[in-house]
Design a protein around this ligand. Structure first.
Ligand code: ADP
Length: 738
């Protein structure tokens, strides 16, 4: 009997029966906690809100019968009581689910039996509940097993004692390709064991049977099995045994390890490959501590550092390979700072003490076991590349210097006429602003050329060309000669063109001046020669020429000879000066008389041209160091020019004075004047002011001779002139220091 409090509901409308029940409970000290319901209505209310372990109900109730409350007694055993003669009702009640019934007797003896019935009912109910639970648990566990076995990746196969298959899950179907129907009831070893292993298998099986259940548990073996399609597969088999109905059954759990085997094989092969690779690669591979102590090194690494074996290299101190503590520190700092390093370049020491340039690529990593930093690196000896790079840098530098210093412009173009290189001289002579023209288009640097350099762009279609004339029109007029030569790259393929630009402005000018000179000299020579020849022939023929006329003719011949002589003198002077043969004899001289003499000679010429000449020469002028003939030449040239370039009614002033420590000669006229643009070139040989329409004869040598003489006398010459207003030349001779 249970001592647990039992919750009882007594449905009874008879007060006496109620009291009898009460008495029974208290007299027998029954562990009931009971509630009373005196009607169907009350019973329904109580049953709706409360749960009971047992319900005892009388048949006839004031407002109905026990049958009216049955629907409310759910999952609770109930005992039915009824008066004598109602057996038929009791049977009905039992059919309706009553656990037991008691026929009420007038002495209420049935109450004595009631506790027994209650206990029985409760016990029964408990049994029912337990059984239900057990059934449920079994159902669940079967369900679970089914789910697991069908979801499992491993084949689960059960074999009975005769070797017949009794269980075959989904995975088994998948692995061996036999469906459940095809294999259940068949001999397993005939189906999935390859013929050649059959004996072996059966022996093993027998062994397991002999050893019994325990011996078989937990063993795992790898072997080959065959599938329905006769393919051999690698399997891992673990066998266990169970006793079912007193017979041993084998459970085999089989895993298809074909893939795993393949992966293992692949791993073995890849490890082998790695080992071969690292032994044979021509780059050094190593693992070291953070400080550089080697932990492993491949043969190439050993070789690069010049050691005999990896053991020898692994035994050296971490400092041994660095060239200095500083270089070691810098490398370690880089490792510490970066997740990986790529092509770090440093010099390392070989065993024999020589150095080489190493390029290191690698990764530091932290070993979880000891929390230490290690470094896996790849080392390449890049000494040769480094040297080549350095040589290339130097040769580039040299090339840059050459390009910079070269007197010509050099432009290197690629095949698309894009600028690869351009030296400073190019920008200078092309009249360009200082800018970076690298990688720009060739057209960009031709902006100052006549017609945008159309002719050179056109010419570039050809392989090469030489001395193509280019005219620069901005900011100053220039003439350039361009020469283009193709160049090839290392493979011999055409890579572009090198253009050399030579500034030939000066040469062109000289050329022009020389042409001018030749034509003017020949003209100057021809005029006097013609008259000399003409007049002398007339005299020689002597046909009735009177003395006066002959004298006049001889006078003319003499004058023209003089003019010729002057001209030849000029040409000779300049060639003398040019060849460095002009040898001035400087001596203390008074130059006033020389100036005066020239003035007197040219006065007549001026008068003839109706040009007045005033000569102002101070008295007692100091001595200077001078070559008298040279001073004479200066005066002739300057005074001669003044008369030549001053029209009629003009005036010329000649002045010789002392100012401070100088003796100053000024020759001034109010003639044609010299245009500004010509003034800085006027002293150059053969330079003549171009005066279209009013060309005045000359050689362009006079002022050049003057300048040379002035220079050789340590004097200076200044020009003050304005076009149309006149010209003044001022020569300052230094006085003798006494
Ligand atoms: P040439 O007189 O033989 O032409 P020069 O060397 O003496 O050569 O002079 C060079 C040029 O300078 C002349 O062609 C002339 O145009 C200019 N020139 C020289 N002196 C004067 C002057 N006094 N007035 C104007 N032009 C002058």
């Amino acid at each position: 009997m249970t001592t647990k409090t039992i919750r009882v509901l007594l449905i009874e409308d008879d007060i006496i029966d109620q009291m009898a029940f009460k008495r029974l409970v208290s007299e027998k000290e029954l562990p009931y906690k009971y509630s009373l319901a005196g009607s169907v209505k009350k019973a329904r209310e109580i049953l709706t809100d409360h749960a009971f372990d047992i319900v005892i109900t009388d048949y006839l109730l004031g407002d109905g019968t026990a049958f009216d409350v049955f629907d409310y007694i759910i999952d609770t055993p109930f005992i039915f009581t009824t008066g004598g003669g109602d057996e038929q009702v009791a049977v009905e009640a039992m059919k309706a689910g009553a656990f037991y019934y008691h026929i009420k007797d007038p002495d209420r003896n049935y109450l004595e039996l009631l506790p027994v019935s209650i206990d029985k009912a409760l016990h029964n109910r408990q049994m029912e509940i337990d059984q239900k639970r057990a059934e449920e648990a079994l159902k669940q566990s079967e369900e679970r097993f089914r789910t697991i076995s069908s979801a499992a990746n491993d084949a689960i196969i059960m074999q009975d004692y005769d070797g017949k298959v009794v269980f075959w899950n989904k995975a088994a179907e998948k692995i061996f390709l036999y469906s459940k129907n095809e294999i259940i009831g068949k001999d397993l070893h005939n189906m999935i064991i390859p013929h050649e292993s059959s004996d072996h298998y059966l022996r093993g099986l027998k062994y397991h049977w002999q050893k019994g259940i325990e011996a078989a548990i937990g063993e795992r073996i790898e072997l080959q099995a065959k599938t329905k399609s006769n393919d051999l597969i690698d399997i891992e088999l673990s066998i266990s045994a169970v006793k079912l109905d007193e017979e041993l059954n084998t459970i085999a759990i089989i895993r298809d390890i074909t893939e795993r085997k393949k992966a293992q094989q692949a791993l073995v092969e890849s490890e082998e490959r790695y080992r071969t690779l690292q032994a044979n690669v021509p780059v050094g591979l190593y693992r070291s501590t953070r400080d550089g102590k080697f932990l492993s090194a491949n043969p190439a690494m050993v070789n690069i550092l010049g050691y005999q074996s990896s053991e020898e290299l692994l035994s050296v101190d971490s400092d041994t390979i660095y060239t200095s503590a500083k270089s070691k520190k810098a490398f370690i700092q880089t490792i510490d700072k970066n997740k990986s390093i790529n092509g770090y370049e440093l010099q390392l020491l070989k065993k024999d003490g020589t150095t080489f340039w190493a390029s290191i690529t690698g990764k530091p990593f932290i070993n979880r076991n000891n929390n230490k930093v290690y470094f896996d690196g790849v080392v390449e000896d890049i000494t040769i590349q480094k040297e080549a790079k350095e040589q290339l840098r130097q040769s580039k530098e040299r090339l840059d210097i050459i390009l910079h210093d070269i007197g010509n412009g050099v432009v290197v173009l690629d095949q698309n006429l894009q600028i690869m290189k351009l030296n400073q001289k190019s920008t200078e002579i092309l009249g360009l602003e200082k800018d970076n023209y690298q990688n720009r288009k060739f057209n960009d640097i031709l902006e100052n050329c006549l017609d945008g350099g159309k002719n050179i762009i056109e010419a570039l279609k050809e392989q090469s060309f030489a001395n193509l004339e280019i005219r620069i029109i901005n900011p100053v007029m220039r003439t350039l000669y361009a020469t283009a030569t193709p160049f090839t790259d290392i493979d011999g393929k055409s890579a572009g063109k090198i253009i050399i630009l030579a500034d030939v402005t000066k040469e062109k000018e000289i050329e022009r001046m020389k042409t001018d000179f030749v034509s003017s000299v020949s003209h100057e020579l021809r005029t006097p020669l013609t008259s000399i020849m003409g007049f002398s022939k007339t005299i020689l023929l002597g046909n009735g020429i009177d003395d006066e006329t002959r004298n006049e003719f001889i006078e003319i011949i003499y004058k023209e000879s003089k003019r010729l002589s002057n001209l030849i003198e000029d040409v000779l002077s300049i060639s003398k000066i040019e060849s460095g043969k002009a040898n001035y004899k400087l001596k203390k001289s008074h130059i006033a008389p020389i100036i005066k003499e020239v003035y007197t000679i040219y006065k007549i010429q001026a008068d003839n041209k109706n040009v007045s000449v005033v000569c102002n020469i101070d008295d007692d002028l100091p001595l200077i160091l001078a070559d008298n003939d040279a001073i004479h030449q200066i005066a002739v040239n300057l005074i001669g020019n003044a008369i030549k370039f001053t029209p009629a009614k003009g005036q010329i002033n000649i002045e010789l004075k002392r100012y401070s420590n100088y003796l100053i000669l000024k020759i001034k006229d109010n003639g044609l004047g010299i245009p500004k643009k010509d003034q800085d070139k006027i002293f150059k040989k053969f330079y003549r002011v171009y005066r279209p329409g009013k060309e005045i004869q000359g050689t362009g040598l006079g002022l050049s001779i003057v300048k040379q003489i002035v220079d050789s006398h340590n004097a200076t010459i200044d020009l003050i002139s304005e076009e149309g207003a006149g010209t003044e030349f001022v020569i300052k001779f230094p006085l003798i220091n006494e």
